[in-house]
Design a binder for this molecule. Structure first.
Ligand SMILES: [Zn+2]
Ligand SMILES: [Zn+2]
Length: 178
């Protein structure tokens, strides 16, 4: 299966507008936060970590760890696979990246600095990942949980299906547009 991630761009849910960014400003913000976080814990700063963070932000979207490893090692072969995995765990701990595990079992990370909650649509054909936000769904989930006596702390909503491109490519497909 081919995994398509939006490279260096971020989809703005709702508006359908894609704000192109190389992720450099975000990488800087993330590095500052990570630096402060490491310092508080008496941990050392490393140049390799910077390369990993910059590469991660440059890739945008939902980055599979093995894809990140390949990209980082192409830039600096001295960075070990274990260091990339460890660094991404650290980023998640410090709250600047969120790990995602969709049905294909791969661990992906997405940047979380300056981002609000969103859910995902995942194409079972091409692996495309689309983000969405829907206030009514959010409210409804809270209400459903409450009716069962639950107070929601967090949730993940993943919708699996075939995207418009894959559906158009299917033999005998009709134009999916209304
Ligand atoms: Zn697709
Ligand atoms: Zn996302």
């Amino acid at each position: 299966m081919r995994i398509v991630i939006s490279m260096g761009s971020r989809r703005r849910s709702g508006t359908g507008v894609e704000a192109a960014t190389d992720g450099k400003g975000e990488a800087r913000t993330a590095l500052l936060r990570l630096g402060a976080w490491l310092e508080e814990r008496g941990l050392k700063h490393s140049r390799q970590r910077d390369v990993i963070v910059e590469t991660f932000y440059g890739m945008g979207g939902h980055v599979p760890v093995d894809g990140l490893v390949a990209r980082v090692r192409a830039l600096d072969a001295r960075v070990s696979v274990a260091t990339v995995y460890r660094t991404m765990k650290l980023l998640a701990e410090c709250g600047i990246a969120v790990p995602r595990r969709f049905d294909d079992g791969q661990t992906r990370y997405e940047p979380s600095t300056g981002r609000s909650h969103h859910d995902h649509l995942i194409c079972t054909g091409c692996g495309r990942i689309v983000e969405f936000e829907n206030e009514r769904i959010e409210e409804l989930q809270i209400r459903v949980a409450r009716s069962h006596g639950f107070e929601v702390e967090s949730h993940k909503l993943e919708l699996y299906g075939r995207c418009d491109r894959c559906r158009r490519a299917e033999p005998g497909a009709r134009d999916p547009r209304p």
